[in-house]
Design a protein around this ligand. Sequence first.
Ligand code: FES
Length: 181
Amino acid sequence: MAQTGNFKSPARMSSLGQGAAPASAGAVTGGKPREGGLKGVDFERRGFLHKIVGGVGAVVAATTLYPVVKYIIPPARKIKIVNELVVGKISEIADGKGKIYQFNEDKVIVVNKGGTLTAVSAVCTHLGCLVNWIDADNQYFCPCHGAKYKLTGEIISGPQPLPLKPFKARIEGDNIIISKA
Ligand code: FES
């Protein structure tokens, strides 16, 4: 005959007699406690998911930040420092003109005055703009704030604190050679 009563009701439980101990609320017969077991499983699952999400987040952050960091901090260029260097041909600088060349880590302006070369740093000592040689005025002129320098780099006028750093330049054959002063 089918049982229609509530098995969990106290009346039904007492009718089962003293020998039939009711299952305790948190226990599973023949196994570990239900709540404790479920909590353990849930905790392990959550921890695993946290690790997955954390790992994915770290990969996304790394792939996003890497190009940004590489852009902000460019790789250190290795410039081979030399005592002298052939930078060009004398035909590149007409009489009365100047031309800027790279020499080691410096930008150097070489001026040709009747076949005699003069070389100084082309970087204005005020805020680092590049100077131009103005042959009509016989001076270097910085277009940024008006600094003026003599052919050999000494200050004429302007806001610059220091003269232009001198270099040596000579002609060998057709070549222009810059060296340290
Ligand atoms: S940078 Fe040359 S005068 Fe200011």
